[in-house]
Design a protein around this ligand. Sequence first.
Ligand SMILES: *[C@@H]1O[C@H](CO)[C@@H](O)[C@H](O)[C@H]1NC(C)=O
Ligand SMILES: *[C@@H]1O[C@H](CO)[C@@H](O)[C@H](O)[C@H]1NC(C)=O
Ligand SMILES: *[C@@H]1O[C@H](CO)[C@@H](O)[C@H](O)[C@H]1NC(C)=O
Length: 461
Amino acid sequence: MRLMVVLSIGLLAMAAAGSVYGRYRSSSSEGGDEPDGELWALLVAGSNGWYNYRHQADVAHSYHVLKAHGVKEENIVTMMYDDIANNPANTYKGKLFNGPNWVDYYEGVNIDYRGDDVNSENFLNILKGNSSGVRGGNGRVIESGPDDRVFVYFTDHGAVGLISFPDDILTTKSLNDALNWSNKNKRFADLVFYLEACESGSMFERVLPSNINVYAVSAANGKESSWGTYCENDRHLPCLGDLFSVSWMEDSDVEDLTTETVGQQFKIVQKETNKSHVCHFGKMKTEQDPVSWFQGADKLSKHARNTQRTSVHHRLETAVPSREVEIQYLKKILLQTNDADEAEIIRDRLEEIKMKHAHARRTMKRVVSELYDDNEDTLTENTKRRVFYMEKNEESSIVNYPECHHKVVHTFRRLCVNPTEDMEYFMPYIFVLNNLCNAEAGRSHDIMEAIIEQCLVKEID
Ligand SMILES: *[C@@H]1O[C@H](CO)[C@@H](O)[C@H](O)[C@H]1NC(C)=O
Ligand SMILES: *[C@@H]1O[C@H](CO)[C@@H](O)[C@H](O)[C@H]1NC(C)=O
Ligand SMILES: *[C@@H]1O[C@H](CO)[C@@H](O)[C@H](O)[C@H]1NC(C)=O
């Protein structure tokens, strides 16, 4: 009798492992609480442009990590601008590498949303499973239900309380509203979110509700940069990956995910990504679940494309703060080139970047000065405030007022950032807007007035 049961469970497990990709079946003898339902995944590279090579390489790699572990293709939705593999600057046409193993991860990746279809509206609707809200792409969304698990991986630039898309932004309010909505509407039993971006901790800290079935890991805390890696490489490409991202992927590439827990992966990645503080938020109980519930249960050996981990040391050695990737790359070429024209172009570009940063900072300063001007009897008080809010303080990275932050950041972007220009130069100063929301206890009215006055009225004058 006992033998029969064991035998038939064994057969079932074998049958499942062979055919039902994406459905978790425990191969361990403990059995126990195997979840029903399917695994869905949403993979997003939020940037475009040659110097952001690494984000699309990360996402292409992540696609293969999941697929190799048996997640069904039709359960994975991928968003990437797709301007890198065939970029004129790419001397390895049609290929994307995510590390010095030089595996081409572009091959075989299914891209569902590319170009302008990679935007925050689509992202939120895909996440919520809202087909009618999606524009462009192939229209696929996460069609998960109450028993399913969802894995979201996003890699790009970020700032306090926001992450970037090629042509727009997503605030912590919008993201957490969508997660909360999906939780309430039973779109999943559990969701795991891996986020690589500068200041990414600020997307979840104190904003992600702690009583919903969402567990999130961020590459950095709310105050610091995340890091690109493999920035020095034999093929003279920009950084091939991001430090946090390749750390979890290279781990998943070699581990048996049915025995490694989410918490164990977190610990490994946190230890290896020690240029920033990898943080975790939300439902901590998820850390006891096997990684396979979120990344697939198949053992990799038979599919293995990449069973070699690069040394942690090499990754750290070749790491560059995310926001300095282009500058450092240009400076490197400048040292190497003998071509006077090329050198001239690079020097101009470096100068331009410097000016754009200075302009961004000046614009923030004008808004702060408008808000706390000297036309009152609070003159010295306001002088102090003007200086104080331009600097980071303890609460700068904490979005205490998501609603205010959301309104102010969007208004600022619309009115103060040249629409043909990248938001990226403003990213290091977004904390100033958050300072203002914190200072005004979430009342956005005066801050909006100051933005309108400085960026609309004065610009028109
Ligand atoms: C789904 O998309 C439609 C069309 O854009 C929109 O009106 C609706 O609010 C969306 N639903 C959710 C839950 O976001
Ligand atoms: C999350 O959703 C619940 C249920 O709809 C709601 O009561 C709560 O206020 C929401 N929390 C946040 C932070 O939006
Ligand atoms: C990060 O880890 C590396 C390799 O383990 C070690 O050499 C280095 O000292 C660590 N750096 C920090 C800041 O802890």
